[in-house]
Structures are given as C-alpha cells and as structure tokens.
Design a protein around this ligand. Structure first.
Ligand SMILES: Nc1ncnc2c1ncn2[C@@H]1O[C@H](COP(=O)(O)OP(=O)(O)OP(=O)(O)O)[C@@H](O)[C@H]1O
Ligand SMILES: O=C(O)C1=C[C@@H](O)[C@@H](O)[C@H](O)C1
Ligand SMILES: [Mg+2]
Length: 173
C-alpha cells in the first residue's frame, strides 16, 4: 500500500490546491501531513512550535509521514519543511514524489505572508527566500518528478500530473 503520489514543495507551491484537484481527477482521497500532525497533537501547528519547538515538531512530522506512507492510497501533501529531516527523506525513497517548484515572486504572492506560519513570523519575505534556497536541493533530491508552477493555473498543473501518473494503458485514444 502506497500513496499514488506524495507532493513536496515550499509554502505557496500549491501542494494543497493542486493536490486536491489531482485527487479529484484520479478519484482518490487527499491528505495533508500538517492535518495528520495537528489531529495527533490535538493542537494547531503554531502552538506545537511554541509549546514543543521545531525539533519536536519535525519528529512528530517524521512519524506522521512514515505512518501515512505505509497506509494511505491517495495524494499526500507534505509540509513545506518536511524534507529537512533526514529520516523523512529516507522514508520517501521508494515513493512517487512530485516537487512543485515556485520562484520567490509567485510564492510571496500566493503565501501572502500573513499569520499562521511560525517560521515566517519574523522578516517573512527574506526568511521565505532563505528557506526556499536552503531547501531547493532537498526537494530535488527526493523528487521523482518536478513541475514548475510559476504563472500556471492549478487546474493545468493537476491535469499534467494526472496524465503523468496514469498507469500506461489507461489513456483512451
Ligand atoms: N498555480 C497557482 N497559481 C496561482 N495561485 C495558486 C497556485 N497554486 C496555489 N495558489 C494559491 O496560493 C495559495 C497557497 O496555495 P496552497 O495552500 O495550495 O499552497 P501550499 O503549497 O499547500 O502551501 P503550504 O505550504 O502553506 O501548505 C492559495 O491561495 C492558492 O489558491
Ligand atoms: O515550511 C515549513 O517549515 C513549514 C510549513 C508548514 O506546512 C508546516 O508544516 C509548518 O508550519 C512548517
Ligand atoms: Mg498546504
């Protein structure tokens, strides 16, 4: 049992938006790792960061990702920083992993840099830039497919992915 695809990428890449549309196209369920962690912890992510700190959050995330990878058949979107953890990266190795890439201008427009993102609470634009640069090689390392999303509609990206993921022979001619 394995997800049809795992989606990774920075905040604002469109993991949730594209992932939900893709799941609907493939008629499979969609799951966000952040939601799994919040349900297990019984509190929102900003509170986990405040109460427990980032290392504890990454450990919860590693456990949630590994557990879900072994039991979920659908589209599974990870949190933007999940690939920072070596254990999480290792767990992704046998899976179909889609890196939704986005450059800073579109990411800033999409994220809005408002509340609710603990790592972007101070100097959000510069921090997002730094995080994206630091993480890009790690997204690329775990990815089996990379799709640039800048200037593209989520529906078009989801349709491209659905075609990419459809088993050979599924296409009707
Ligand atoms: N390709 C796109 N073009 C324009 N807007 C987009 C695109 N993808 C997503 N958006 C918009 O950007 C915002 C963030 O998208 P979304 O929540 O799907 O990103 P995410 O990668 O899941 O982010 P997070 O890491 O915060 O979970 C939403 O308002 C969404 O509608
Ligand atoms: O980019 C990140 O490190 C994060 C992204 C969110 O999805 C959450 O997983 C959390 O806020 C951390
Ligand atoms: Mg999301």
């Amino acid at each position: 049992m394995a997800p049809a695809a795992v989606i990774v990428g920075p905040p604002g890449a469109g993991k949730t938006t594209v992932g939900q549309t893709l799941a609907a196209l493939l008629d499979v369920p969609f799951l966000d790792a952040d939601a799994v962690i919040e349900a297990k912890a019984g509190k929102p992510i900003p509170e986990i960061f405040i109460d427990d700190g980032e290392p504890a959050f990454r450990a919860m995330e590693r456990e949630a990702v590994a557990g879900t990878l072994g039991s979920f058949e659908g589209i599974f979107a990870l949190g933007g920083g999940a690939i920072m953890d070596p254990g999480t990266r290792a767990a992704l190795a046998p899976h179909t992993v889609v890196f939704l890439s986005v450059e800073l201008p579109d990411a800033v427009k999409r994220v809005g840099l408002g509340a609710g993102r603990p790592l972007l609470s101070v100097n959000p634009r510069a921090t997002l830039k730094y995080l994206m640069e630091q993480r890009r090689p790690l997204y690329a390392e775990v990815a089996t497919h990379t799709i640039a999303t800048d200037g593209r509609e989520p529906e078009a990206i989801a349709a491209q992915l659905a075609a990419l993921l459809a088993p050979a022979g599924d296409a009707t001619t």
